[in-house]
Design a protein around this ligand. Structure first.
Ligand code: SF4
Length: 408
């Protein structure tokens, strides 16, 4: 999504995070752990005519046959990300209502931070006025990396430096995200820098791996999934949230309605189309006044419009779920391309249907695996430990003299 602003150093790094690189790392003595995104699962499911859960089980069989130690699921860390985001939103909303007008300008709207295509654009193009609006919570890819390398490694009795962590994602920009300095930390045991995510494979690259192994993926035996960091219950049900790009607006809206206005909302929310299907809003009215105004804003055309409003102080939204790709992450550049004769529109419709097929809607706050992470590791949402491991900062990129001259 952000290929227009990729530097040559980033190109080298993108090449390093490849299928070849992953294959080279097999049998090098490290414990390999995979984290699979639900959007990638849906893409493989549509391609092979399977359910998302079958894809999860068959990929577990394939990857374990190659020596992978565990295959987790970023739906679980997405719940962690959502809980931290709910906590941050409530704090920002209260602060904006109590702080001076000048200060409150940077609190709201809060903007989701899970899309590296958007973050890259904001840092490199928009400058510092936008960055304070972006949620400090890391994306699900990075929160699962932080959990694995800081906590789960202890449960598995592996040193973080001995883990090679690979994620499977719907987009190439996730490779740029994984390589950010902000997502590396110093190990306790020696001077080595630990990377939360060592390599990112796109869904298409996983399809290449399946083809390379010359196996019939659909007839592969199902293996039990690793439950430690996966949204699968004892009965084998897969849990997710509403919303194909992470469910940020949906979850935060319900939480804020309950916590700020004592209004519990059951059932699906009613989104109103504003400009097009990729710009939809949600509002909550109390005593005839709109107290919550959220929007889904997908694709560069829509996001450029909304940032212009923020810059001029005319944005009336409290929260924006911004994603760089039109139709969101299911339509990411790393997903499997349409089959011959299949239109892009047909594919996205199949992906949207399959994404939630056989997936039960769960409340992130009731996720037993996430409750356990707070009990055993982080304490409370927004705690010092949660801030250290699950939150980050953004940096305006100062353009070099030569690139400024090129713009003359
Ligand atoms: Fe990647 Fe597109 Fe999703 Fe952004 S919206 S995270 S660029 S797939």
């Amino acid at each position: 999504a952000c290929s227009g602003c990729i530097t040559s150093a980033e190109t080298v790094m993108l090449e390093k995070q490849s299928l070849d690189e992953f294959l080279l790392n097999l049998n090098k003595g490290k414990s390999i752990i995979f984290s699979l995104s639900p959007q990638s699962r849906a893409s493989l499911a549509v391609h092979f005519g399977l359910s998302p859960l079958q894809v999860f089980k068959k990929l577990t069989t394939l990857l374990k046959s190659l020596g992978v130690r565990a295959i987790f699921d970023t739906s679980s860390s997405r719940d962690l990300t959502l809980i931290e985001s709910c906590n941050e939103f409530i704090a920002r909303y209260r602060e904006s209502n109590s702080a001076s007008e000048e200060k409150s300008k940077s609190d709201l709207p809060m903007i989701s931070s899970a899309c590296p295509g958007w973050i890259c654009y904001a840092e490199k193009t928009l400058g510092s006025y936008i960055l304070p609006h972006i949620s400090s919570v890391k994306s699900p890819q990075q929160t699962i990396g932080a959990a694995i390398k800081n906590h789960i490694c202890q449960e598995l009795c592996i040193r973080p430096e001995d883990i090679y962590h690979v994620t499977v994602m719907p987009c190439y920009d996730k490779k740029l995200e994984a390589a950010r300095d902000d997502f590396m930390f110093q190990s306790d045991s020696d001077a080595e820098r630990i990377t939360e995510v060592d390599s990112v494979l796109t869904t298409g690259e996983v399809l290449d791996l399946i083809k390379m192994k010359s196996i019939d993926f659909t007839t592969l035996e199902d293996s039990p999934v690793d439950k430690l960091l996966s949204n699968v219950d004892e009965e084998g049900n897969l849990y997710g949230v509403r919303g194909s790009s992470g469910g940020y607006a949906d979850t935060l809206f319900r939480y804020a309605s309950k916590m700020l206005f004592r209004k519990e909302i059951d059932g699906p929310l009613e989104y109103k189309t504003v400009r097009n299907a990729d710009f939809r809003e949600l509002t909550l009215e109390v005593d005839g006044k709109i107290v919550l105004r959220f929007a889904l804003c997908y694709g560069f055309r829509n996001l450029r419009n909304i940032v212009t409003k923020i810059k001029s102080g005319k944005c009336e939204y409290h929260f924006l779920e911004i994603m760089a790709c039109p139709s969101g992450c299911l339509n990411g550049g790393g997903q499997i391309k349409p089959n011959p004769g299949q239109s892009a529109k047909d594919l996205i419709q199949s992906l949207e249907a399959t994404y939630s097929e056989n997936v039960l809607v769960g409340d992130p706050f009731e996720n037993p695996g996430i409750k356990r992470l707070y009990n055993d590791w982080l304490g409370q949402p927004g705690s010092e430990k949660a801030k250290r491991h699950l939150h980050t900062e953004y940096h305006p990129v100062v353009k070099s003299i030569s690139s400024q001259l090129q713009n003359w």
